[in-house]
Design a protein around this ligand. Structure first.
Ligand SMILES: [Fe+2]
Length: 406
Protein backbone atom coordinates (compact mmCIF):
# COMPACT_ATOMS: atom_id res chain seq x y z
CA UNK A 1 0.00 0.00 0.00
CA UNK A 2 1.23 3.53 -0.78
CA UNK A 3 1.92 5.97 2.01
CA UNK A 4 1.00 9.32 0.52
CA UNK A 5 2.22 11.12 3.64
CA UNK A 6 5.74 9.73 3.50
CA UNK A 7 7.17 12.32 1.14
CA UNK A 8 9.36 15.23 2.28
CA UNK A 9 7.82 18.69 2.24
CA UNK A 10 9.39 21.57 0.29
CA UNK A 11 8.67 25.28 0.02
CA UNK A 12 8.02 28.07 2.46
CA UNK A 13 4.36 28.98 2.10
CA UNK A 14 2.47 28.59 5.33
CA UNK A 15 -0.87 26.81 5.03
CA UNK A 16 -3.85 27.13 7.34
CA UNK A 17 -4.36 24.71 10.24
CA UNK A 18 -7.45 23.50 8.39
CA UNK A 19 -5.33 22.50 5.39
CA UNK A 20 -2.66 20.73 7.39
CA UNK A 21 -5.23 18.75 9.37
CA UNK A 22 -7.36 17.73 6.41
CA UNK A 23 -4.36 16.96 4.19
CA UNK A 24 -3.31 14.23 6.62
CA UNK A 25 -6.85 12.89 7.06
CA UNK A 26 -7.58 12.96 3.34
CA UNK A 27 -4.41 11.18 2.20
CA UNK A 28 -4.65 8.57 4.98
CA UNK A 29 -8.24 7.76 4.07
CA UNK A 30 -7.41 7.72 0.35
CA UNK A 31 -4.57 5.25 0.90
CA UNK A 32 -6.71 3.03 3.15
CA UNK A 33 -9.69 3.05 0.78
CA UNK A 34 -7.53 1.58 -1.98
CA UNK A 35 -8.00 4.61 -4.24
CA UNK A 36 -4.28 5.46 -4.26
CA UNK A 37 -3.59 1.93 -5.51
CA UNK A 38 -6.35 1.97 -8.11
CA UNK A 39 -5.61 5.40 -9.63
CA UNK A 40 -2.49 5.75 -11.74
CA UNK A 41 -0.94 8.61 -13.68
CA UNK A 42 -2.22 11.02 -16.29
CA UNK A 43 -3.24 9.22 -19.50
CA UNK A 44 -4.48 12.16 -21.52
CA UNK A 45 -5.04 15.91 -21.41
CA UNK A 46 -8.24 17.29 -22.94
CA UNK A 47 -8.05 20.60 -24.80
CA UNK A 48 -10.79 22.31 -26.77
CA UNK A 49 -10.40 25.05 -29.43
CA UNK A 50 -12.67 27.01 -31.79
CA UNK A 51 -14.16 25.40 -34.90
CA UNK A 52 -11.54 25.53 -37.64
CA UNK A 53 -8.59 26.05 -35.27
CA UNK A 54 -7.59 22.54 -34.28
CA UNK A 55 -5.39 21.86 -37.31
CA UNK A 56 -3.65 25.22 -36.82
CA UNK A 57 -3.06 24.33 -33.18
CA UNK A 58 -1.68 20.93 -34.21
CA UNK A 59 0.81 22.82 -36.43
CA UNK A 60 1.83 24.97 -33.44
CA UNK A 61 2.15 22.04 -31.04
CA UNK A 62 4.06 19.99 -33.61
CA UNK A 63 6.78 22.67 -33.67
CA UNK A 64 6.73 23.66 -29.99
CA UNK A 65 6.35 20.23 -28.33
CA UNK A 66 7.21 16.57 -28.99
CA UNK A 67 3.53 15.79 -29.80
CA UNK A 68 2.55 14.43 -33.18
CA UNK A 69 -0.76 13.67 -34.80
CA UNK A 70 -2.01 10.11 -34.58
CA UNK A 71 -5.70 9.91 -35.61
CA UNK A 72 -8.95 11.88 -35.55
CA UNK A 73 -12.08 10.65 -33.82
CA UNK A 74 -14.98 11.92 -35.88
CA UNK A 75 -18.10 12.01 -33.69
CA UNK A 76 -21.50 13.65 -33.80
CA UNK A 77 -20.58 17.16 -32.76
CA UNK A 78 -16.77 17.24 -32.66
CA UNK A 79 -13.55 16.37 -34.36
CA UNK A 80 -11.17 15.06 -31.68
CA UNK A 81 -7.53 14.64 -32.67
CA UNK A 82 -5.33 12.26 -30.72
CA UNK A 83 -1.80 13.68 -30.37
CA UNK A 84 0.79 11.32 -28.96
CA UNK A 85 4.47 11.12 -28.04
CA UNK A 86 4.48 7.46 -27.03
CA UNK A 87 2.80 5.20 -24.50
CA UNK A 88 5.11 6.42 -21.72
CA UNK A 89 3.61 9.93 -21.78
CA UNK A 90 0.06 11.27 -21.74
CA UNK A 91 -1.82 11.90 -24.99
CA UNK A 92 -3.37 15.21 -25.91
CA UNK A 93 -7.01 14.93 -26.98
CA UNK A 94 -7.58 18.09 -28.97
CA UNK A 95 -11.16 18.73 -29.98
CA UNK A 96 -13.14 21.34 -31.85
CA UNK A 97 -16.91 21.56 -32.17
CA UNK A 98 -18.22 21.21 -35.72
CA UNK A 99 -20.74 24.01 -35.19
CA UNK A 100 -19.65 27.38 -33.85
CA UNK A 101 -23.05 27.77 -32.18
CA UNK A 102 -22.40 24.64 -30.14
CA UNK A 103 -23.43 25.10 -26.50
CA UNK A 104 -22.28 23.00 -23.59
CA UNK A 105 -21.17 23.47 -19.99
CA UNK A 106 -17.56 24.13 -21.05
CA UNK A 107 -18.64 27.03 -23.23
CA UNK A 108 -20.73 28.37 -20.35
CA UNK A 109 -17.61 28.40 -18.16
CA UNK A 110 -15.74 30.48 -20.74
CA UNK A 111 -18.64 32.84 -21.28
CA UNK A 112 -18.66 33.94 -17.64
CA UNK A 113 -15.32 35.76 -17.96
CA UNK A 114 -14.55 38.82 -20.09
CA UNK A 115 -11.42 37.53 -21.89
CA UNK A 116 -12.37 33.85 -21.69
CA UNK A 117 -15.66 34.66 -23.46
CA UNK A 118 -13.85 35.91 -26.56
CA UNK A 119 -13.05 32.32 -27.47
CA UNK A 120 -16.17 30.39 -26.49
CA UNK A 121 -14.76 26.92 -27.00
CA UNK A 122 -11.05 27.36 -26.24
CA UNK A 123 -9.93 26.00 -22.90
CA UNK A 124 -8.13 23.16 -21.25
CA UNK A 125 -10.84 20.82 -19.99
CA UNK A 126 -8.90 18.53 -17.66
CA UNK A 127 -7.01 15.27 -17.57
CA UNK A 128 -7.87 11.59 -17.78
CA UNK A 129 -6.25 9.33 -15.19
CA UNK A 130 -5.44 5.65 -15.59
CA UNK A 131 -7.29 3.31 -13.23
CA UNK A 132 -7.22 -0.41 -12.63
CA UNK A 133 -10.99 -0.46 -11.93
CA UNK A 134 -12.85 2.54 -13.36
CA UNK A 135 -16.31 1.66 -12.03
CA UNK A 136 -15.08 0.94 -8.51
CA UNK A 137 -13.13 4.22 -8.43
CA UNK A 138 -16.18 6.19 -9.59
CA UNK A 139 -18.38 4.39 -7.06
CA UNK A 140 -15.99 5.27 -4.22
CA UNK A 141 -15.66 8.87 -5.37
CA UNK A 142 -19.43 9.26 -5.63
CA UNK A 143 -19.78 7.99 -2.06
CA UNK A 144 -17.38 10.81 -1.15
CA UNK A 145 -19.69 13.38 -2.80
CA UNK A 146 -17.69 13.87 -6.00
CA UNK A 147 -20.01 14.25 -8.97
CA UNK A 148 -19.75 12.61 -12.37
CA UNK A 149 -21.51 13.02 -15.69
CA UNK A 150 -24.00 10.22 -16.31
CA UNK A 151 -23.62 8.13 -19.46
CA UNK A 152 -26.43 10.04 -21.21
CA UNK A 153 -24.79 13.34 -20.32
CA UNK A 154 -21.44 12.11 -21.68
CA UNK A 155 -23.16 11.19 -24.93
CA UNK A 156 -24.80 14.63 -25.03
CA UNK A 157 -21.43 16.30 -24.35
CA UNK A 158 -19.97 14.05 -27.05
CA UNK A 159 -17.10 12.70 -24.93
CA UNK A 160 -15.46 9.22 -25.11
CA UNK A 161 -17.80 6.64 -23.62
CA UNK A 162 -15.07 4.48 -22.08
CA UNK A 163 -14.00 7.37 -19.84
CA UNK A 164 -15.84 8.39 -16.65
CA UNK A 165 -15.68 12.15 -16.28
CA UNK A 166 -16.27 14.28 -13.18
CA UNK A 167 -18.32 17.46 -13.19
CA UNK A 168 -16.09 20.56 -13.51
CA UNK A 169 -14.42 21.50 -10.24
CA UNK A 170 -15.93 24.54 -8.53
CA UNK A 171 -12.36 25.63 -7.75
CA UNK A 172 -10.39 24.97 -10.94
CA UNK A 173 -13.26 24.37 -13.41
CA UNK A 174 -11.27 21.40 -14.72
CA UNK A 175 -12.65 17.87 -14.97
CA UNK A 176 -10.96 14.62 -14.01
CA UNK A 177 -11.62 11.51 -16.08
CA UNK A 178 -10.88 7.87 -15.33
CA UNK A 179 -10.14 5.17 -17.87
CA UNK A 180 -8.65 1.69 -17.96
CA UNK A 181 -6.26 -0.09 -20.26
CA UNK A 182 -4.49 -3.43 -20.02
CA UNK A 183 -0.92 -3.30 -18.71
CA UNK A 184 1.29 -2.51 -21.72
CA UNK A 185 -1.90 -2.17 -23.78
CA UNK A 186 -2.57 0.65 -26.18
CA UNK A 187 -4.84 3.59 -25.25
CA UNK A 188 -8.16 3.44 -27.02
CA UNK A 189 -10.93 6.03 -26.88
CA UNK A 190 -14.45 4.87 -27.72
CA UNK A 191 -15.52 7.95 -29.55
CA UNK A 192 -16.94 8.20 -33.07
CA UNK A 193 -15.25 7.01 -36.21
CA UNK A 194 -11.47 6.77 -36.34
CA UNK A 195 -10.09 8.55 -39.41
CA UNK A 196 -6.84 10.07 -40.63
CA UNK A 197 -7.49 13.70 -41.50
CA UNK A 198 -5.02 14.63 -44.29
CA UNK A 199 -4.83 18.32 -43.22
CA UNK A 200 -4.01 17.34 -39.62
CA UNK A 201 -1.43 14.80 -40.74
CA UNK A 202 0.19 17.38 -43.04
CA UNK A 203 0.28 20.04 -40.28
CA UNK A 204 1.92 17.57 -37.92
CA UNK A 205 4.43 16.35 -40.51
CA UNK A 206 5.43 19.92 -41.42
CA UNK A 207 6.00 20.71 -37.75
CA UNK A 208 8.16 17.62 -37.26
CA UNK A 209 10.20 18.40 -40.38
CA UNK A 210 10.70 21.94 -39.10
CA UNK A 211 11.83 20.61 -35.69
CA UNK A 212 14.33 18.40 -37.45
CA UNK A 213 15.62 21.26 -39.59
CA UNK A 214 15.93 23.52 -36.54
CA UNK A 215 17.74 20.78 -34.62
CA UNK A 216 15.28 20.81 -31.70
CA UNK A 217 13.45 17.53 -32.26
CA UNK A 218 15.68 15.46 -30.00
CA UNK A 219 15.96 17.98 -27.18
CA UNK A 220 12.25 18.65 -26.59
CA UNK A 221 10.98 16.19 -23.98
CA UNK A 222 7.47 15.38 -22.69
CA UNK A 223 5.34 17.55 -20.41
CA UNK A 224 6.85 18.36 -17.03
CA UNK A 225 3.94 20.05 -15.28
CA UNK A 226 0.47 21.52 -15.75
CA UNK A 227 -0.25 24.80 -13.96
CA UNK A 228 -3.77 25.89 -13.02
CA UNK A 229 -4.72 29.31 -11.64
CA UNK A 230 -7.46 29.65 -9.08
CA UNK A 231 -8.99 32.35 -6.91
CA UNK A 232 -7.10 33.18 -3.73
CA UNK A 233 -9.77 31.76 -1.42
CA UNK A 234 -9.82 28.45 -3.31
CA UNK A 235 -6.10 27.58 -3.13
CA UNK A 236 -6.24 25.01 -0.35
CA UNK A 237 -9.56 23.48 -1.44
CA UNK A 238 -8.27 23.11 -5.02
CA UNK A 239 -5.20 21.21 -3.79
CA UNK A 240 -7.22 18.97 -1.47
CA UNK A 241 -9.79 18.28 -4.18
CA UNK A 242 -7.13 17.21 -6.70
CA UNK A 243 -5.45 15.00 -4.12
CA UNK A 244 -8.80 13.34 -3.39
CA UNK A 245 -9.42 12.68 -7.08
CA UNK A 246 -5.90 11.51 -8.01
CA UNK A 247 -3.03 9.52 -6.52
CA UNK A 248 -0.85 12.62 -6.20
CA UNK A 249 0.80 13.88 -3.01
CA UNK A 250 1.46 17.40 -1.74
CA UNK A 251 5.06 18.42 -2.54
CA UNK A 252 4.85 21.92 -1.06
CA UNK A 253 4.30 25.58 -1.86
CA UNK A 254 6.42 28.64 -2.55
CA UNK A 255 5.31 32.01 -1.27
CA UNK A 256 6.03 34.68 -3.88
CA UNK A 257 5.35 37.67 -1.64
CA UNK A 258 6.36 40.38 -4.14
CA UNK A 259 3.81 39.12 -6.65
CA UNK A 260 1.21 38.46 -3.91
CA UNK A 261 1.06 34.86 -5.14
CA UNK A 262 1.97 31.29 -4.28
CA UNK A 263 2.86 28.28 -6.39
CA UNK A 264 1.66 24.95 -5.01
CA UNK A 265 2.97 21.65 -6.31
CA UNK A 266 1.48 18.15 -6.27
CA UNK A 267 3.22 15.11 -7.79
CA UNK A 268 2.44 11.49 -8.49
CA UNK A 269 3.02 9.15 -5.53
CA UNK A 270 4.36 6.38 -7.78
CA UNK A 271 7.42 8.60 -8.16
CA UNK A 272 7.29 8.04 -11.88
CA UNK A 273 9.19 10.70 -13.80
CA UNK A 274 7.12 13.77 -14.70
CA UNK A 275 7.40 12.73 -18.37
CA UNK A 276 5.20 9.79 -17.43
CA UNK A 277 2.71 11.73 -15.30
CA UNK A 278 3.25 15.50 -15.12
CA UNK A 279 3.21 17.38 -11.82
CA UNK A 280 0.07 19.40 -11.17
CA UNK A 281 0.70 22.94 -10.00
CA UNK A 282 -1.83 25.39 -8.58
CA UNK A 283 -1.18 29.12 -8.42
CA UNK A 284 -3.25 31.58 -6.42
CA UNK A 285 -3.04 35.10 -5.05
CA UNK A 286 -2.11 35.34 -1.37
CA UNK A 287 -4.90 37.84 -0.76
CA UNK A 288 -8.03 38.43 -2.87
CA UNK A 289 -8.27 41.36 -5.28
CA UNK A 290 -10.79 43.16 -3.08
CA UNK A 291 -8.10 44.08 -0.56
CA UNK A 292 -5.37 44.83 -3.10
CA UNK A 293 -5.97 48.56 -2.79
CA UNK A 294 -4.74 48.37 0.81
CA UNK A 295 -1.33 46.81 0.14
CA UNK A 296 -0.88 47.96 -3.45
CA UNK A 297 0.84 44.71 -4.43
CA UNK A 298 0.93 43.41 -8.00
CA UNK A 299 -1.76 40.83 -8.65
CA UNK A 300 -0.97 39.00 -11.91
CA UNK A 301 -2.41 35.67 -10.76
CA UNK A 302 -5.84 36.81 -9.65
CA UNK A 303 -6.09 39.25 -12.56
CA UNK A 304 -5.65 36.25 -14.89
CA UNK A 305 -8.42 34.40 -13.04
CA UNK A 306 -10.76 37.38 -13.17
CA UNK A 307 -10.18 37.80 -16.92
CA UNK A 308 -10.15 34.16 -18.05
CA UNK A 309 -11.79 32.30 -15.17
CA UNK A 310 -10.09 29.62 -13.08
CA UNK A 311 -8.39 27.36 -15.61
CA UNK A 312 -5.14 25.87 -16.80
CA UNK A 313 -2.60 28.63 -17.43
CA UNK A 314 0.37 26.79 -18.94
CA UNK A 315 1.78 23.47 -20.05
CA UNK A 316 5.48 23.10 -19.22
CA UNK A 317 7.63 21.14 -21.65
CA UNK A 318 10.90 19.67 -20.43
CA UNK A 319 14.10 20.43 -22.36
CA UNK A 320 16.90 17.86 -22.36
CA UNK A 321 19.88 18.91 -20.25
CA UNK A 322 22.91 19.82 -22.36
CA UNK A 323 24.13 22.33 -24.89
CA UNK A 324 23.65 22.74 -28.63
CA UNK A 325 25.88 24.96 -30.77
CA UNK A 326 27.44 26.50 -27.67
CA UNK A 327 24.11 27.47 -26.04
CA UNK A 328 22.19 25.83 -23.23
CA UNK A 329 19.55 23.67 -24.93
CA UNK A 330 16.68 25.82 -23.65
CA UNK A 331 18.21 28.95 -25.19
CA UNK A 332 18.80 27.08 -28.42
CA UNK A 333 15.14 25.94 -28.49
CA UNK A 334 13.79 29.42 -27.70
CA UNK A 335 15.95 31.13 -30.34
CA UNK A 336 14.93 28.56 -32.95
CA UNK A 337 11.22 28.84 -32.19
CA UNK A 338 11.27 32.64 -31.81
CA UNK A 339 12.85 32.82 -35.29
CA UNK A 340 9.68 31.15 -36.58
CA UNK A 341 7.64 34.07 -35.26
CA UNK A 342 6.51 32.74 -31.88
CA UNK A 343 6.64 35.34 -29.09
CA UNK A 344 7.91 34.85 -25.54
CA UNK A 345 6.89 36.85 -22.47
CA UNK A 346 10.45 37.25 -21.15
CA UNK A 347 14.04 36.10 -21.65
CA UNK A 348 15.05 32.67 -20.30
CA UNK A 349 15.59 33.04 -16.56
CA UNK A 350 17.72 31.09 -14.06
CA UNK A 351 21.13 29.55 -14.71
CA UNK A 352 23.16 26.37 -14.53
CA UNK A 353 24.41 27.48 -11.07
CA UNK A 354 20.86 27.93 -9.81
CA UNK A 355 19.86 24.51 -11.14
CA UNK A 356 17.28 25.34 -13.79
CA UNK A 357 16.28 27.72 -16.55
CA UNK A 358 12.70 28.50 -17.58
CA UNK A 359 10.69 30.70 -19.94
CA UNK A 360 7.04 31.40 -20.89
CA UNK A 361 5.86 31.69 -24.48
CA UNK A 362 3.10 34.14 -25.23
CA UNK A 363 -0.38 32.63 -25.03
CA UNK A 364 -1.45 30.56 -28.03
CA UNK A 365 -3.97 32.40 -30.21
CA UNK A 366 -5.78 29.07 -30.54
CA UNK A 367 -5.93 27.63 -27.03
CA UNK A 368 -4.93 30.69 -24.93
CA UNK A 369 -2.44 28.33 -23.24
CA UNK A 370 1.16 29.33 -22.60
CA UNK A 371 3.99 26.87 -23.24
CA UNK A 372 6.70 26.95 -20.58
CA UNK A 373 10.11 25.47 -21.33
CA UNK A 374 12.15 24.17 -18.42
CA UNK A 375 15.69 22.80 -18.42
CA UNK A 376 17.05 21.33 -15.18
CA UNK A 377 20.82 21.03 -14.94
CA UNK A 378 22.88 18.05 -13.82
CA UNK A 379 21.92 16.84 -10.38
CA UNK A 380 19.46 19.62 -9.48
CA UNK A 381 17.13 17.91 -7.04
CA UNK A 382 14.59 20.64 -6.47
CA UNK A 383 11.62 21.11 -8.70
CA UNK A 384 11.52 24.94 -8.84
CA UNK A 385 13.47 27.81 -7.41
CA UNK A 386 11.66 30.64 -5.72
CA UNK A 387 13.51 33.28 -7.75
CA UNK A 388 12.44 31.78 -11.06
CA UNK A 389 8.83 31.40 -9.96
CA UNK A 390 8.77 35.07 -8.91
CA UNK A 391 10.04 36.22 -12.32
CA UNK A 392 7.69 33.91 -14.21
CA UNK A 393 4.71 35.07 -12.16
CA UNK A 394 5.61 38.67 -12.96
CA UNK A 395 6.02 37.84 -16.67
CA UNK A 396 2.64 36.09 -16.75
CA UNK A 397 1.13 39.44 -15.78
CA UNK A 398 2.52 40.94 -19.01
CA UNK A 399 0.42 38.63 -21.18
CA UNK A 400 -2.06 40.58 -23.30
CA UNK A 401 -5.22 39.04 -21.83
CA UNK A 402 -4.05 39.73 -18.26
CA UNK A 403 -2.97 43.35 -18.83
CA UNK A 404 -6.47 44.31 -19.85
CA UNK A 405 -8.80 45.88 -17.30
CA UNK A 406 -12.09 44.50 -18.58
FE1 LIG B 1 5.37 26.37 -14.59
Amino acid sequence: MFDSLSMPRYGDKKNSDFFEEYLVRLLKERDQSGLTDMIGGIEAMLISVEPGNSVKYIAELAIMTPYQYLVTLDSDKHLTHVLRIDMNSPDILLREPKDENHYDIFRSLNDLYPVGARKHHSRYLGEILLTTDRHRVVELQQQREFRFFQLGQLAELDLPLNVSISKPSPYTQNVVGYMERPIDGIRVYHHGECIILPSAQAASDRGKEMQERLGIKEILLPVDHLATRVYSQNREAAILEYLALSSYYYWGSYDIKDQNSSTNVTKNIRLAPESNSPAKVFTANNTPYCVNHLDQLPSPTETFVRNYGPRLHHIAVDVKDGQTSGKENIDYVVDAIAAQGKGFLLETIGSRQEGLKQIFSSASEFSSLIIEYVQRFGDFHGFFTKENVAQLTFAAGQEEGVREDV
